[in-house]
Design a protein around this ligand. Structure first.
Ligand code: PEP
Ligand code: MG
Length: 839
């Protein structure tokens, strides 16, 4: 029954009592995870088309049919609950996929008695699977006959922030693919799918079993419960549907190199002999530590009596969401600077969840009923947590913790609560379940270990705990929540045990073991200020990578022999105007001043690629990392580089200031900047010039190293970009993270060639990419001829300690053979064998 192009009245496909969706005894339907709709408890035995349209899909087990109405509405008709388990028994489908049907046409017949006896319930559903485009109004909640008006659909007035739905109508493409992601479509792979779909104008859906979810909604995607190697249907509709489909097939079919599914360090302990005073759990992050236990309780909401002004509450929620988004962006930026990919993945998924249409729509609907924003948000999350927890996947159930994290964060923002825990130093925290944000906060406050009543070893909080070296036990059971705060306990995460009443001797033993580890670290720190000489007396400079003078001060205290890379672009980002010459001069001088008598390498601005400046609009690039970035910017915006060079020329003392150029590909670029430096120095009346070096971060530069070295004072290898450009793998690609390994023999060859080329002109070579901070790589780099390693500041002591264990001659002898190994994994294995790391 059509009213106009947009509106549509759906007629009853079955006869019987009508139920609102929330009364359906199945959370996936009741929570609207699959879309809005209505239910009928059927008294007849034939399902009829509620409108004219095309049959999009018929379930292989014959218990469900999806139609597309002429106004674009997609209607899933699902007979009974859990009927997929009948494997087609009792159903007789009367139509085929692709067939056009008229309103009222019989779609499938079923054996009412058989189905009723063999499934959980006959309650059948009519669900609008692309409901974001429509508003839906039930026309009847009393029993209906087939063909009577049931639901009215009105196309929604478009939210300008969302892509126009009309764009999505039109050409369609669909295909099936096996999901390759380990553990299935949990939050991070789902976030990748969403991100991928968002790059196209087409609207895309995934369909699995008899459920469908728009790719715009992370919770709906996770709600499909797709496991590893499950086959899903991908459907795209819109002008670019073919491209969208191909991209989605690739995203789904390429395994994310996920850390979300590690082999648990200890297998889940379910049945163990009871030990007095010991709680058993699952190891989520290894370690052995003793300390006072401190219990943390979740935030409780004040009661809500309804009667709120919806507009006010909507605004409050909007502001709280924005505040949390900003906080998460800050966390992301810090993680990006630390190059912590795991943390970035986790919080990127959180950002996506905060924008999730399923969550926002549910919260807004509750607000519209006069409820407080706090309760609306809380209820929206609780509903989705239930959906995830009832799926047959522990991995997906654990993603509920990420939702609870956002629940608590947004509630805190709404209630204006400060988010801070009072912790005694070295405390072991116990909680029902900690969230990723709790963990970051606790870790910043010096927590020593984590114990959770619930949770799993594959949760995001477990990943973060491992990354931060914090021992963590999960699934300890509710008993942990009744242990008195302040009691001294032993957390033996490796053994899956929390000892609640350790003897004084046991406490001593654990404390000693912990101290021994700390001592090793302390000795490294103590000796961090000493020069790093190999056993045979070769001096290796261990410098630090920093972004500002505060970090430089810390690096200096931590024993760094200098700054091997100051990434000046951080002075330029997150602001409205470029820093002027005076500000730049002051900032660079502050770094030199922070470093005592040590040298500082200041890299000229490296924007473009993934680093963009608000005030420096650069042309849109089809391939930003292959575009106008690094030193190439000097060609596009010479005044910007001139200003920076002028500031650098005025920093004193000149002997301690070295200038380094990023992304150099040929000698001409270096010569041009040298000339500019000379010309500007004359203009300023400055007689001394800082040393000028180049980064080796594209293969062309490594291959031309000998020629570059003729004109450069030093070379510094940027292994992050050199890996990206040599291996043709995006350095930020989550799915390729483990393969973008700078120990690949191809990179080792380029590093070797760089060192040989530099040596011909008596120049030194450093490494300032992340490989320098990897102790496994230290002997290889020394062996190939690198004499400076610029590392992340906290690792100066560790890398110096590593250098001191090595014999440079032996490093040289063994390194050459690594160039002939077949891949990075083989190199890593050989390194571990030749130069084992201390446990
Ligand atoms: C590199 O590419 O290795 C490097 C040190 O530079 P950045 O990480 O800033 O691109
Ligand atoms: Mg680089």
């Amino acid at each position: 029954m059509h009213n106009n192009n947009n509106d549509l009245t759906l007629s009853a496909p079955l006869a019987g009592p009508v139920l609102p969706l929330r009364s359906v005894p199945d959370p996936v339907f009741a929570t609207g995870a699959m879309g809005d709709g209505i239910a009928i408890d059927p008294l007849n035995d034939t399902l009829h088309a509620p409108c004219a349209g095309q049959v999009l899909q018929v379930a292989r087990t014959g218990h469900a049919v999806t139609l597309r109405a002429d106004n674009g509405a997609e209607v899933l008709l699902h007979l009974g609950l859990d009927t997929v388990g009948l494997k087609g028994e009792g159903f007789h489908v009367l139509v085929q996929e692709g067939q056009r049907v008229s309103a009222g046409q019989p779609l499938l017949r079923f054996d009412l008695d058989y189905v009723a006896q063999h499934c959980r319930s006959l309650i059948s559903l009519l669900i609008l699977t692309n409901g974001d485009a429509f508003d839906l109004r039930p026309l009847s909640l009393s029993p209906v006959k087939v063909g009577e008006p049931l639901l009215h659909l009105t196309r929604r007035v478009l939210d300008p922030a969302r892509p126009p739905v009309t764009e999505a109508l039109g050409e369609q493409a669909s295909a099936r693919v096996k999901v390759a992601h380990r553990g299935g479509l949990h939050a991070r792979p789902a976030a990748l799918v969403r991100q991928c779909a968002a790059g196209f104008a087409s609207q895309s859906h995934l369909t699995f079993k008899d459920k469908s979810a728009p790719c715009t909604s992370l919770v709906a995607l996770m709600g499909l419960g797709i496991g590893e190697q499950d086959e899903v249907q991908v459907s795209c509709q819109g002008a670019d549907c073919q491209a969208a489909l191909q991209a989605l097939l690739k995203t789904l079919g390429t395994a994310l190199d996920t850390h979300a599914h590690p082999a648990p360090v200890t297998a889940p302990v379910i049945q163990r002999p009871a030990e007095d005073g010991v709680l058993h759990g699952v190891c989520a992050a290894p370690g052995l530590i003793a300390g006072p236990l401190l219990r943390l309780d979740a935030l409780q909401l004040p009661p809500d009596h309804g009667q709120h002004q919806p507009e006010e509450q909507r605004q409050a929620l909007g502001a709280a969401l924005e505040q949390v988004r900003n906080d998460i962006r800050q966390t992301l930026e810090q993680a990006r600077q630390r190059r912590d990919q795991e943390e970035q993945d986790i919080f990127n998924a959180h950002l996506a969840l905060l924008e999730d249409p399923t969550l926002l729509d549910a919260a807004h609907a509750t607000i519209a009923q006069g409820r407080a924003a706090t309760h609306a948000w809380s209820a929206a999350i609780t509903e989705q947590c239930q959906v995830l927890q009832q799926l047959d996947s522990p991995l997906l159930a654990e993603r509920a913790n990420d939702l609870r994290d956002l629940q608590q964060r947004v509630l805190r923002a709404l209630l204006g609560e400060t988010w801070h825990y009072d912790l005694p130093p070295g405390a072991l925290v116990a909680a029902e379940e900690l969230t990723p944000s709790d963990l970051l906060q606790l870790s910043a406050q010096g927590v020593a270990g984590l114990c959770m009543a619930a949770g799993g070893a594959t949760s995001h909080v477990a990943i973060l705990a491992r990354g931060k070296g914090l021992p963590c036990l999960v699934a300890l059971g509710q008993e942990i929540l009744h242990v008195d705060s302040g009691r001294q306990v032993v957390l033996d995460a490796d053994g899956g045990r929390l000892e609640l009443a350790p003897s004084p001797q046991r406490l001593q033993q654990v404390m000693h073991a912990h101290e021994a580890r700390q001592q090793r670290r302390a000795v490294q720190q103590q000796q961090a200020r000493e020069p790093a000489l190999t056993q045979d007396g070769l001096s290796i400079e261990v410098a630090a990578n920093v972004a500002c003078s505060d970090e430089a001060r810390e690096a200096h205290l931590g024993g760094a022999d200098g700054i091997g890379l100051l990434r000046t672009e951080f002075l330029f980002v997150d602001r409205q105007h470029a820093p002027d010459e005076a500000e730049q001069r002051q900032a660079y001088q502050a770094v030199l001043d922070a470093m005592g008598d040590k040298p500082v390498i200041i890299r000229t601005i490296d924007v473009g690629g993934d680093k963009q400046l608000d005030y420096l609009p650069l042309p849109a690039e089809a391939n930003p990392v292959l575009g106008l970035r690094g030193i190439r910017l000097a060609q596009a915006r010479p005044e910007l580089l001139d200003q920076q060079l002028r500031a650098l020329l005025q920093v004193t003392p000149t002997e301690r200031c070295r200038v380094m150029l990023p992304m150099v590909t040929e000698v001409a670029e270096l010569l041009q900047i040298r000339q500019r430096l000379d010309a500007l120095a004359s203009e300023l009346g400055v007689s001394q010039r800082p040393e000028l070096g180049v980064m080796i971060e594209v293969p062309a530069a490594a291959l031309m190293a000998e020629h570059l070295a003729e004109h450069a004072d030093f070379l510094s290898i940027g292994t992050n970009d050199l890996s990206q450009y040599t291996l043709a793998m995006d350095r930020d690609h989550a799915g390729l993270a483990s393969r973008v390994d700078a120990l690949h023999p191809a990179l080792l060859r380029l590093i070797a060639q760089t060192c040989t080329g530099a040596a011909r002109h008596g120049r030194w070579v450093g490494v300032c990419g992340a490989l320098a901070s990897d102790p496994l790589a230290t002997p290889v780099l020394i062996g190939l001829g690198v004499s400076e390693l610029s590392v992340s500041p906290p690792q100066v002591g560790e890398i110096k300690d590593r250098v001191r264990q090595l014999d440079a001659r032996q490093c040289r002898q063994l390194s050459q053979a690594l160039l002939d190994l077949p891949g990075a994994a083989a190199v890593r294995q050989a390194c571990a064998q030749h130069w084992p790391l201390q446990p």
